[in-house]
Design a protein around this ligand. Structure first.
Ligand code: LLP
Length: 417
C-alpha cells in the first residue's frame, strides 16, 4: 500500500514508522494516517486544476488536524452539517472558503453556517430556500443543486446524479420542483444572492466521460437561467465522487475542452469551477491496524480481529472489498485464502474476503487493511458498545495522536437515564 515499506525485521513501516511500535503505543485497532500523502493529494488537485477551486469534502474525514492540513494546502471545504462547520471553525478554517451542502439542513445547521459566515450555501429544496431566506441577513451567497441526469455507474446507495433520488432540483420542465422554480424562489428572497449551480454524480465514480456529460448539461442549465431570468451565473460546482484510481489529468483535460466548447457555442463566459473530492484526497493515506484475536480453521479459515464493522461498515453497506496483510513480521508460510472478520455479533461483519494470508497467522499478529483513510473514521459507530479507534497521524516516521480512542467512560457519559 502507498506510504508503506517493509522494515528490516519484516515488519510493515507506515510513513516511516514501524507499525509494531505504533500498535504498542496507541493500541489496536487504530486508524493510521500519512500526513504527507494527504498533502500530496491536495497539491496534485491544485496542480491538475489550477483554474478551479478544490474543496475537500469533509464528510470523508473531518478532524481539526486534517482540515488544517488541507487549508494549508489551499483547499476550500465542503461541509454538510453544523457539526462539520464546528470542527472547521475549531480548526480555524477560513469561513469564506466553506460550502454547506445537504438535502436537509436543520435550522441549527443554517444558524451555525450563518453565524460563522460560511461562503456559500448550496440549496436543495424550496422549503430550504424559504427558510434560509428568512434567517439570512445581508446577501448570503447561494448555489442551487441540480440533478444533471447523468449516471456515474456506481453503487445505488451512493448514486446522486440521476432522476429519482433525493438530492437536487430536476432539469426536467415537467417536474414540479425543478430548476426554474428554485431560481424564482431564490430571486424572491432579498437576503440571498444566487451565484451558481452545483451537481454531484455520486461517489466512487471512475468514468471521466460521466463528468464530461454533466459539465455539458450544467453549462446548458447556466445558459437556460440566463435566457429565462437574464441572470448570468458565474460559478459551476461539479461536486466530487472521484474514485481512488481516478484519471485526474484526463478529467482536467476533458473538462476544459467540454466547458470551453459548450461556453463558446452558447456565448457564455467560462464559469469559475469548483470540484469537491473527498475520498481521492484521503482514502489511500490511511490504513487500519488490527490485532488477531483468534484463528478458526473450518470449512473456511477465519482470522478474527479486535475491530470490525464498527470501524469499517463499508463492506456491509456497499459490498466494498478490502485487502489485508500481515504487518508485524515476515512469514515464509504458504499463503492461503482467509476471511478477516470482526468482533461484532453479525455474520456480515467481514472486513476482507478470501485474502491470501500466511498459513501460520496466529493470535497476537497484526493485520493491516489499507485504503481506510476516507469514510472509516467518519462512518464509525460504537455498535456493541465498542469504543471507536484512535486516529494517529504519521509524518516522516513521527506519530502523533489526532483523535484519541473512545473509552467506556465516553460511552457511558451520554447514558444519563
Ligand atoms: N460533494 C458532495 C455534495 C457530496 O455529497 C460528496 C459525497 C462529495 C462531494 C465527496 O464525494 P467523494 O469524493 O468523497 O466520493 N459513505 C460513502 C460515501 C458517501 C459520499 C457522500 N457524498 C462511502 O463510504 O463510500
Amino acid at each position: 500500500p502507498p506510504g508503506t515499506r517493509i522494515g528490516r525485521d519484516g515488519e510493515l513501516l507506515f510513513a516511516g514508522a514501524p507499525v509494531t511500535e505504533l500498535a504498542a503505543r496507541f493500541g489496536t485497532p487504530a486508524y493510521l494516517l500519512d500526513e504527507a500523502h494527504v498533502r500530496r493529494q491536495a497539491r496534485a488537485y491544485r496542480e491538475a486544476l489550477p483554474e478551479a477551486e478544490v474543496a475537500f469534502a469533509g464528510k470523508a474525514l473531518c478532524t481539526r488536524s486534517v482540515l488544517r492540513w488541507v487549508a494549508e494546502e489551499g483547499l476550500s471545504l465542503d461541509t454538510c452539517s453544523g457539526g462539520e462547520i464546528a470542527v472547521a471553525r475549531a480548526a480555524g478554517f477560513p469561513a469564506s472558503r466553506i460550502l454547506l451542502h445537504g438535502n436537509v439542513k436543520t435550522s441549527e445547521d443554517l444558524k451555525t453556517a450563518l453565524g460563522y459566515g460560511v461562503g456559500r450555501i448550496v440549496l436543495d429544496s424550496l422549503d430550504e430556500i424559504e427558510q434560509l431566506g428568512a434567517l439570512a441577513h445581508g446577501r448570503q451567497e447561494v448555489l442551487i443543486r441540480v440533478v444533471p441526469g447523468v449516471d456515474g455507474g456506481t453503487h445505488a446507495a451512493i448514486t446522486t446524479g440521476t432522476e429519482g433520488q433525493k438530492f437536487g432540483f430536476s432539469l426536467l420542465p415537467r417536474v414540479t420542483d425543478n430548476l426554474d422554480r428554485a431560481v424564482a424562489a431564490v430571486l424572491a428572497q432579498p437576503s440571498l444572492r444566487l451565484t451558481g449551480l452545483h451537481c454531484h454524480l455520486g461517489s466512487e465514480v471512475s468514468r471521466v466521460d460521466a463528468y464530461e456529460r454533466a459539465a455539458r448539461r450544467m453549462v446548458e442549465a447556466l445558459a437556460h437561467v440566463r435566457e429565462t431570468y437574464g441572470l448570468e451565473l458565474t460559478h459551476l460546482d461539479l461536486g466530487g465522487g472521484h474514485a481512488v484510481d481516478f484519471d485526474l489529468a484526463g478529467y482536467a483535460r476533458r473538462l476544459r475542452v467540454a466547458l470551453g466548447y459548450e461556453c463558446s457555442v452558447r456565448d457564455f463566459p467560462m464559469p469559475r469551477l469548483t470540484v469537491e473530492p473527498g475520498r481521492a484526497i484521503v482514502a489511500r493515506a490511511g490504513i487500519t491496524v488490527y490485532r488477531v484475536c483468534a484463528v478458526k480453521r473450518g470449512s473456511r479459515t477465519f482470522v478474527a480481529v479486535d475491530g470490525g464493522m464498527s470501524d469499517n461498515p463499508r463492506p456491509a453497506l456497499y459490498g466494498a472489498r478490502y485487502t489485508a496483510r500481515l504487518a508485524n513480521r515476515y512469514s515464509r508460510a504458504e499463503r492461503q485464502p482467509m476471511m478477516v472478520v470482526g468482533r461484532h455479533c453479525e455474520a456480515g461483519d467481514v472486513l476482507a474476503h478470501d485474502v491470501p494470508l500466511p498459513a501460520d497467522v496466529r493470535p497476537g499478529d497484526l493485520i493491516a487493511v489499507p485504503g481506510t483513510g476516507a469514510y472509516h473514521h467518519s462512518l464509525a459507530s460504537n455498535y456493541n458498545q465498542v469504543g471507536r479507534p484512535p486516529l494517529v497521524g504519521v509524518r516522516d516516521g513521527v506519530a502523533s495522536l489526532l483523535v484519541r480512542r473512545e473509552t467506556e467512560e465516553d460511552l457511558l457519559a451520554r447514558d444519563v437515564g
